[in-house]
Design a protein around this ligand. Structure first.
Ligand code: C2E
Ligand code: MG
Ligand code: MG
Ligand code: MG
Length: 284
């Protein structure tokens, strides 16, 4: 099993091509029913408001603990879960579990927004917006506390499907974020037709913030976001210099290892109450 995972990881990194390999099929087989067997967990990563320095939101990130393979990263299982349709079940679980946790914190007086990653596979189901509404009602999290993140490269496939889910979510008060912004091929004209409320600067650009040309690129995204009235969140903030540069540009929010690692909800709550970043020791 260990060698299998090694090969599939290599495939995910594009080192070998194993379209319908037995290894990939094994992951798909193991993914089926994994939610039901309780192998999935939600981890949360804080987002900081750069004007106040306060934690204002958490992003939910899926974690798969397989009994033999151990912790399998989303970079590996998400594409397979999307191809096989299993992402629907995983996505619903993550939304349900994360909104239950954040609604519980809210009852204790901690009012945070929740960001949840959503696949185009989910978005292209005609009743997706209604499902989100139902899950939020059951968990008690107000609709305006949720933000759905769709990657820039997937948002256009939703436009093609034309089922209006994003507009319906927006009507409910849910925020719409374009994730990994700057890496896709959306045009401004296309973006303007969508009810987007936020863009997330991809971590690849944040990483290059100290070199001049790339700083101009991030500054351009921040300026574009401000001009369009969108909130701008920078991902992958790892150094104080990056944080300072983003603050100087007027970026609204930041997320990254410097400010807190993704971790299980109890550890995130402890760190929030103590006012400290989530330390690497408790984070995965
Ligand atoms: P994403 O939504 O862009 O999430 C950010 C990723 O960057 C996460 O990786 C996070 O752990 C990582 N990260 C956060 N801060 C830093 C930092 O300072 N430095 C670096 N190098 N990385 C940082 P993760 O958790 O492995 O997730 C990878 C991707 O998998 C996510 O990218 C998202 O596209 C997808 N994903 C994760 N959970 C879900 C889910 O529940 N549903 C769907 N559809 N996709 C998910
Ligand atoms: Mg995301
Ligand atoms: Mg991203
Ligand atoms: Mg990403």
């Amino acid at each position: 099993a260990y060698e299998d995972m090694h090969r599939v990881r290599a495939e995910a990194r594009g080192l070998v091509h194993l379209e319908q390999s037995p290894e990939r099929l094994r992951v798909e087989t193991e993914l089926r029913g994994a939610v039901g067997r309780g192998e999935f967990r939600v981890h949360l990563q804080p987002q900081i408001d750069l004007a106040s320095g306060r934690v204002v939101a958490v992003e939910a990130l899926a974690r798969w603990y397989h009994p033999e393979m151990g912790l399998v990263s989303p970079g590996l299982f998400v594409p397979i879960a999307e191809d096989s349709g299993i992402i629907e079940e995983i996505g619903e679980y993550i939304l349900r579990e994360a909104s239950r946790v954040v609604a519980g914190w809210r009852e204790q007086g901690m009012d945070l927004e929740l960001a949840v990653n959503v696949s185009a596979v989910q978005l292209n189901k005609p009743d997706f917006a209604e499902l989100v509404h139902k899950v939020l009602m059951e968990s008690g999290l107000p609709c305006d506390r949720l933000v759905v993140e769709v990657t820039e490269s997937q948002v256009m496939s939703h436009v093609a499907a034309g089922n209006g889910n994003l507009h319906r979510l927006r009507e409910l008060g849910v925020g719409i974020s374009v994730d990994d912004f700057g890496t896709g091929y959306s045009s401004l004209a296309q973006l303007r037709r969508l009810p987007v409320t936020e863009v997330k600067v991809d971590q690849a650009f944040t990483a290059q913030l100290t070199d001049e040309g790339s700083s101009a690129f991030v500054a351009g995204i921040v300026g574009l976001g401000q001009g369009l009235g969108l909130r701008v969140v920078a991902e992958g903030v790892e150094t104080p210099a990056q944080l300072q540069a983003l603050q100087d540009m007027g970026c609204h929010r930041a997320q990254g290892y410097l400010l807190g690692r993704p971790a299980e909800p109890a550890a995130v709550l402890d760190a929030l109450l103590a006012g400290t970043p989530v330390p690497a020791s408790v984070a995965v």
